[in-house]
Write a protein that binds this ligand. Structure first.
Ligand SMILES: [Zn+2]
Length: 64
């Protein structure tokens, strides 16, 4: 999962830090974190999946 560009400056020189995951009651969150090498801003994207499906369907293209 890659961002298209930095949301702050539009740059594409991005450094991706390690993902981390949280499992809540019935959801499985994966947090992706990037830092922009051009403007030094950092930003996140969060994927939320139902916990029961997280491991089976994480690569499916149709996530509801
Ligand atoms: Zn930037």
């Amino acid at each position: 999962m890659e961002p298209i560009m930095c949301p702050f400056c539009g740059g594409t020189n991005l450094f991706q830090e390690d993902d981390y995951s949280l499992e809540l009651d019935n959801e499985f969150w994966t947090i992706h974190h990037w830092e922009c090498m051009d403007c030094a801003q950092s930003f996140d994207k969060i994927e939320v999946l139902p916990a029961s499906n997280a491991f089976e369907e994480i690569n499916e293209s149709t996530i509801h």
